[in-house]
Design a protein around this ligand. Structure first.
Ligand SMILES: [Zn+2]
Length: 282
């Protein structure tokens, strides 16, 4: 350990500055969207089996609700622009803009060079949870997705139902892609219902039993046409382990709802980012 400087405490005492104050982001128009949701009609549903993933499509202006059914279960979510898989959910920037965990009013942002709101969180029945005494909270954008490569590095296993693999198979099937191409489109997820944080003493990523119970839901409003994929994580409620068939796992329900068109008067799909890329890179 290096020698502590004489002014160490003084340096530590400097107050933090929020990197990206979100107040100047485009208005999420939450009240308008929630009012539109009240009269929305259900269009479709997909049931995601335990330790599997399924894809779904949500048009701009529609809602997608993810519901816990049967038992506590965590879901790993990927989102793409339905017309361009190159534009996908950017968990890192979402984290930088809104924090380590997301809830109602936060938005899910897309990858560079697109960087626009893909979706807005409009409902979250676990919003009461807050930040617990361990620093844990729900719906994180700090994890990646459980994957067989990390599993193999850590314990030498060959496990084929990690969220990474489930999402890959679901995308390959939905878009008719070879698995090795689909795999390259899979990205860091929004961990729906997962309870995670970083330990205060060592800064390590931790998980704990999700507080989700059947009937709890998390709902998004699509700001652009979306292709989504949701994996019912092999970790189940993620109270003990993943990357194995040891945990009790349950399905997740995905439902898509469409509001009456007039209910969204004043809302427009998210425009392309206004940064002048041509000049900037020229
Ligand atoms: Zn997983």
């Amino acid at each position: 350990m290096s020698q502590m400087p004489a002014d160490a405490e003084e340096r530590r005492a400097v107050p933090p500055v929020i990197c990206y104050p979100p107040e100047t982001l485009p208005d999420p128009q939450l009240a308008l969207k929630q009012a539109a949701r009240a009269g929305a009609e259900k269009l479709s549903e997909v049931r995601v089996p335990p330790r599997e993933a399924r894809c779904f499509e949500v048009k701009a202006g529609q809602f997608v609700r993810i519901t816990s059914v049967e038992g506590p279960q965590v879901g790993d979510l990927n989102l793409w622009n339905a017309q361009d898989l190159g534009e996908r959910f950017f968990s890192g920037k979402t984290r930088a803009l809104h924090g380590t965990h997301v809830s109602t009013g936060d938005r899910l942002w897309s990858s560079l060079p697109h960087l626009r709101a893909m979706a807005t969180v409009v409902a979250d029945t676990l919003d009461w949870y807050g930040i617990d005494e361990f620093g844990g909270a729900v719906h994180d954008v700090i994890g990646t997705r459980c994957d067989p490569y990390t599993g193999h590095l850590l314990s030498g296993v060959q496990y084929h139902h990690c969220c990474h693999s489930n999402l890959t198979r679901a995308l390959a099937e939905a878009r008719g892609l070879p698995l090795e191409h689909a795999e390259l489109h899979v990205h860091d997820v929004l961990n729906v219902f997962m309870c995670t944080g970083f330990t205060r003493d060592t800064g390590q990523y931790f998980m704990k039993a999700s507080p989700v119970r059947p009937g709890d839901h998390f709902e998004l409003f699509a700001e652009i046409d979306l292709l989504g994929a949701l994996s019912a994580c092999p970790g189940g409620d993620c109270s003990a382990e993943h990357t194995s068939d040891a945990a009790a796992c349950h399905p997740l329900l995905v439902e898509v709802f469409a509001p009456a068109p007039e209910a969204l008067a004043g809302w427009e799909p998210a425009p392309a980012n206004g940064y002048d890329r041509t000049h900037g890179l020229g």
